[in-house]
Design a protein around this ligand. Structure first.
Ligand SMILES: [Zn+2]
Length: 401
């Protein structure tokens, strides 16, 4: 058999196997369960799944999308994730060939698939993927610098200045916002400020060292580009959220927010007030900022069934109804893998897909609040595979290059 076709089949099969593992992550990470133990079992009847029923793509079809033990349907998501992962592995091989660029590219794609499917179901992006993935991207840049631009000092310097300006503007605006709304710095805000400061210092050090140590300039430049990408990726989205908050400036909870979610929004608002989550005008109070998960929310028993929705709405209002830290961290992760130029490209591509989908939803009169993570992921994937040709096309359009 032709070696080329053989390798393509191998990448497809390997991708399907990895997809099977990604399914485990999608189910277990948001529940804070281990992704290694226990072994695969049916979520409905707990029956263990034999190896011959756990073959990616094939078993789903053989079993007719039903559990062998209890005959309950297996969600389509399983075969979808396996298929998507298999196709991305095949596409990556076709795009990059047998090169070291495959290591960061496939790692990034795997992380994005988990983040997207968890975000669709739970409206959160696990820190294990976003923050953990960012560190993985930073470390991989040193050993597999292929996705980053070479050690051109003017590019690194431009990235460095952009990172300093963006981070400075974000931190200042965020501080002003806290002052304006008289909200103290939350634990998560503080962590992000410290992380931002550390990344800024490290990218500057890495950039400076590329000149001092020319024989290791290539990995050092990739490291600087990865750190700059993490800062710039996170900050452009952070800034978008801050600007949105200034324009929308909505941090007040009203009955309208819960219309159609609970039967008696007025009673719910009174319960929030009694709990100290909001004041009489509906302003969110500090007590709510310490509620980190839907489970921690103190609610009247009659609305127990809508706990997750209520938490999500309160959280959206708290974030100014625009964007959460989850998306910010996801784009920071992408920046660590792609570098600062490509992550900016991803940032500008994502809204096109998001807007197209939002219009379809609006036309069908569905709930217009959508998870943004999957659209960011699409933007990131386009920048990963087609970033260079897009960039060349844009430069050519302006008569440069
Ligand atoms: Zn079962």
């Amino acid at each position: 058999m032709d070696i080329e076709i053989f390798l393509q089949i191998m990448f497809f099969v390997f991708g399907a196997l990895i997809g099977s593992f990604l399914n485990v992550c999608i189910v277990r990470l948001p529940r804070n369960a281990s992704v290694v133990f226990p072994a695969s079992h049916c979520p409905q009847c707990q029956a263990p799944i034999h190896w011959f029923d756990n073959i990616p793509l094939v078993s789903f079809l053989v079993l007719g999308a039903r559990c062998r033990a209890c005959r309950k349907p297996i969600p389509w998501r399983y075969v979808l994730v396996e298929g998507i992962t298999a196709l991305f592995f095949l596409w990556s091989y076709i795009s990059f060939g047998l090169s070291w660029a495959l290591v960061p590219a496939l790692t990034l794609v795997g992380g994005l698939i988990v983040a997207s499917f968890v975000d669709l179901e739970w409206r959160i992006i696990p820190d294990e993927i976003s923050v953990g993935g960012m560190w993985v991207g930073v470390v991989l840049s040193l050993f597999f610098p292929a996705l980053h631009k070479g050690p051109a000092f003017n590019v690194l310097a431009t990235g460095s200045i952009t990172a300093f300006i963006l981070a400075g503007v974000c931190m200042a605006l965020h501080g002003l916002k806290l002052l304006k709304f008289k909200v103290p710095l939350a634990q998560e805000d503080r962590q992000i400020f410290i992380l931002g400061g550390a990344l800024l210092a490290w990218q500057w050090a890495a950039m400076t060292l590329t000149r001092a140590l020319p024989h290791v300039a290539l990995p050092l430049a990739a490291l600087a580009d990865a750190l700059q990408g993490a800062i710039i990726g996170g900050c452009v989205l952070w800034l978008t959220g801050l600007i949105g908050e200034v324009i929308i400036s909505k941090r007040v909870v009203t009955e309208f927010d819960f219309k159609g979610v609970v039967d008696d929004p007025e009673a719910l608002l009174k319960a929030f007030h009694a709990q100290g989550y909001v004041d009489a005008q509906g302003n969110l109070q500090r007590v709510f900022r310490d509620v980190k998960a839907a489970g921690d929310l103190v609610l009247p028993p009659c609305v127990e069934a809508h706990r997750a929705d209520i938490f999500e709405i309160l959280h959206a209002v708290d974030e100014g109804g625009v964007m959460g830290w989850g998306d910010v961290k996801l784009l920071a992760m992408a920046g660590a893998f792609l570098g600062w130029q490509s992550v900016l490209l991803a940032f500008f591509i994502a809204p096109f897909f998001g807007a197209a989908f939002g219009l379809v939803k609006m036309a069908r009169r569905q709930d217009s609040a959508i998870a943004y993570g999957p659209f960011l992921a699409i933007g990131i994937v386009v920048a990963l595979y087609r970033g260079d040709s897009l960039m060349r096309w844009l430069l050519a359009m302006y008569g440069m290059n």
